[in-house]
Design a protein around this ligand. Structure first.
Ligand code: SAH
Length: 348
């Protein structure tokens, strides 16, 4: 196995069979994989971790993804949406706490017209010139993405969820398609965003084959960011009875991705921290270099419930920030105070 891992570090490639074997490695070999990935991360970024202030702007969603707790058919979901003023206040607070990237994420909520989104982006950028704004608001038209970019948005996160067509249709209702999801990612790239794709690890019906396709797709897209975290079931979704994805497989995949994409911005996600209390620390030690603490108002936090038992829903932003910094320091890393753009990225 060490031979396969060494070859992976050299060639950045794995065959389907090798991937399958690596996803199933022994604990000793996983340690080795993790160490190789960590070395690469340290060579690219030092022992520094970028923080992103996550603002969850709305739990309303017009989509009905089978895995997601805020899908429109979940009538038990509590809905809220932040006003533009509330979003700006979260960003102001985040700025004081030292954040230099804000991620605006939400369900696909049609209440936010393009004009509203653009004015929020402009508001944040004009108040905090040295900050990056990342959007994660789902599938929109090319024109809408372009407007947000022209208002100053820098990055866009849109997980592709799976690059296997049949698998995609098992996770989503028929009005959604892998084709459109991929098209959105290509449009975002063409416009000039730093783009993030990604998957849930251990989502229902996932296999080594579908993960192989995910990696092939990532190679084609060449994303600046890759978001992966374990699938965690939500009790009020069609996937309530499915097993959660494993921390271990997530860590293995983080390491593989770090080795294949040395410069990619790779978060240790909240879902990873939910699956395992030390998940985020383990994620960093497996090659991740980004953490995304929550800046959403505590009064609304619990309502952004994508999956059961989500962590960090009770703490104020400052507490989350400090808690994460302590966690980062405890494993010998430091917070990087910059915007944290992709090393090769220049906005034209
Ligand atoms: N509406 C936006 C944001 C979705 S939430 C969009 O479509 O991009 C962000 C991510 O959370 C999703 O892309 C999905 O990969 C992840 N997610 C949703 N439900 C989840 C669950 N039950 N377990 C783990 N991750 C989940």
């Amino acid at each position: 196995m060490k031979k396969i891992i060494d070859a992976l570090c050299k060639t950045k490639k794995l065959t389907k069979e090798e991937l399958s074997a690596v996803l199933d490695i022994s604990e000793e070999d996983r340690e080795y994989l993790s160490q190789r990935a960590r070395e690469i991360s340290i060579a690219e970024f030092g022992k520094k971790i970028y923080l992103r202030g996550l603002i969850e702007i709305s739990s309303y969603c017009k989509n009905d993804c089978y895995y997601c707790g805020i899908r429109r058919s979940n009538h038990n979901a509590q809905r809220y949406r932040l006003t533009p003023e509330e979003i700006l206040l979260c960003a102001d607070k985040g700025y004081e706490l030292g954040f230099r990237t804000f991620v605006l994420q939400g369900g696909e909520d049609i209440w936010y017209s393009d004009n509203v989104i653009c004015s929020v982006v402009e508001g944040i950028k004009s108040r905090h010139e040295d900050c990056a704004v990342t959007l994660s608001l789902g599938e929109k038209s090319y024109e809408s993405y372009k407007k947000y970019y022209d208002s100053g948005a820098d990055r866009y996160l849109l997980r592709h969820e799976t690059a296997d067509k049949a698998h995609y249709s098992m996770l989503h209702p028929k009005e959604m398609s892998l084709e459109n999801r991929k098209q959105c990612l290509y449009s975002l790239k063409e416009i000039g965003y730093q783009v993030g794709c990604g998957i849930m690890v251990g989502s229902p019906y996932q296999s080594a084959d579908t993960i192989y396709k995910d990696i092939e797709f990532m190679k084609e897209l060449q994303p600046h960011m890759i978001g992966i975290g374990p699938f965690i079931h939500h009790k009020d979704t069609p996937f309530a009875k499915f097993e959660n994805g494993s921390t271990r497989t997530t860590l293995i995949l983080l390491s593989i991705l770090r080795i294949m994409f040395p410069k990619v911005l790779l978060p240790a996600t909240t879902a990873l921290g939910t699956a395992d209390p030390m998940g985020r620390e383990k994620g960093i030690l497996a090659g991740a270099n980004v953490l995304m603490p929550n800046l959403s108002p505590v009064s609304q936090r619990k309502k952004y419930s994508l999956y059961d038992n989500k962590i960090c829903t009770g703490e104020e932003a400052a507490e989350c920030r400090n808690c994460l910094e302590r966690r980062i320091n405890s494993i010998g890393y430091e917070v990087d105070g910059g915007r944290g753009d992709h090393p090769d990225f220049k906005r034209s």
